[in-house]
Design a protein around this ligand. Structure first.
Ligand code: AHG
Length: 336
């Protein structure tokens, strides 16, 4: 039997990338492998979400007498515990935690990286079996090695992201990973429990014909935003309009489609969310980094997302993200 060497695992791929840099220590690859492990554990639970409910809902006990955990709480605890055990993480910030979590053991104090994540984005979709995801990004800390990391390590501009990614728990489970060398997708091969390279050098089409927004909120939008939506729905064959409308309500799923097929995803400011709804640090920054590394664009309408200096951990920001030409056109029509 011949070994199937058409498969390249996430580990092999990141190690191969590491070898291209003379001074690279491989720490980032190790961290990515650890995040991959956490996501495989989350995937296992997500896949049996319906069964878990049969065995006992949140607050109930299962047949072993263990308390059942809500999936987003479970995902958060898995991410934290795996990264705490990681050789290369000094601390984390999670959408589920009010404050940063600093790892103070001797090894972590000397770790170079901090990680930010949304452990289970789109979790309201769990009940209807729609795709959900984990989003993450990795920064090099700016605080002194040997000391505990601090809030300034986490309030860096998205421009400083070293690597980012998401895992989509969908019809298959896939990890999309962006580094300065580009964006690559790895599908979980369940039989060997490994993420394997399946989407090499992913590029976001510069143009598209899909717009993605919670259109039910139109009554809460300002006139310019409403006019842009009218533009998306207008009949004009020359510019491929009307665009198709797609909205899953799970940013990972909506942006995974946008990355592959092109289009624009928006969560703008509205009457109920004057600063937008989505979080700069856990959702908008990592997703903008991925989309930008793939040739697309992410903006708040007035500023490139990656150039914004965060002022607080759970800051919200309006976002327009996806195919470069579509995003630029939307911004020109709404904000200029
Ligand atoms: P949650 O994780 O609480 O389900 O939020 C999901 C986020 C994001 O993934 C999605 O794009 C957006 O919220 C959907 O918000 P609306 O329901 O307001 O459209």
């Amino acid at each position: 039997m011949n070994p199937n060497r058409h498969l390249m695992t996430l580990d092999e791929f990141t190690f191969f990338q590491t070898k291209q840099f003379k001074n690279s220590t491989g720490e980032l690859s190790t961290l990515l492998r650890d995040i991959g492990l956490a996501c495989k554990l989350i995937n296992k639970q997500v896949n049996k979400a319906g069964l878990t409910e049969i065995l006992g809902a949140h607050g109930a006990v299962n047949v072993q007498g263990e308390e059942q955990m809500k999936l987003d709480v479970f995902a958060n605890e898995v991410m934290i515990s795996v990264l705490r055990n990681s050789a290369d993480c000094a601390g984390i910030a999670s959408e589920e935690n009010d404050d940063i979590v600093v790892f103070e053991d001797d090894h972590s104090l000397n770790s170079k990286y901090v990680v930010m994540f949304d452990p289970l984005d789109g979790s309201s979709n769990i009940d209807v079996n729609a795709s959900i995801g984990t989003i993450f990004c990795i920064y090099k800390r700016i605080s002194e090695l040997g000391k505990p990391c601090n809030i300034d390590d986490f309030l860096q501009k998205g421009r400083n992201i070293m690597a980012s990614g998401y895992v989509i728990y969908g019809s298959s489970t896939m990890l999309v990973y962006a580094s300065r060398l580009g964006v690559n997708g790895f599908t979980l091969e369940q039989s060997i429990g490994e993420f394997c390279l399946s989407h090499k050098d992913m590029r976001c089409p510069v143009d598209g014909k899909i717009y993605s927004i919670n259109q039910g909120n139109t009554c809460k939008l300002n006139d310019k935003l409403k006019s842009y939506l009218d533009f998306c729905m207008a009949d004009d064959k020359a510019t491929r309009r009307p665009y198709s409308h797609r909205y899953i309500g799970s940013m990972v799923a909506d942006l995974h489609r946008t990355l592959i097929k092109g289009g624009i995803f928006m969560y703008p400011e509205d009457r109920s969310n004057p600063k937008g709804k989505l979080r700069l640090l856990y959702e908008c920054n990592p997703m903008s980094h991925i989309i930008e590394m793939a040739g697309g664009k992410g903006t708040s309408g007035t500023e490139n997302i990656l150039d914004m200096k965060p002022s607080e951990l759970h800051q919200r920001v309006p976002i327009f993200i996806g195919s470069k030409n579509m995003v630029e056109q939307a911004v020109a029509m709404i904000y200029q």
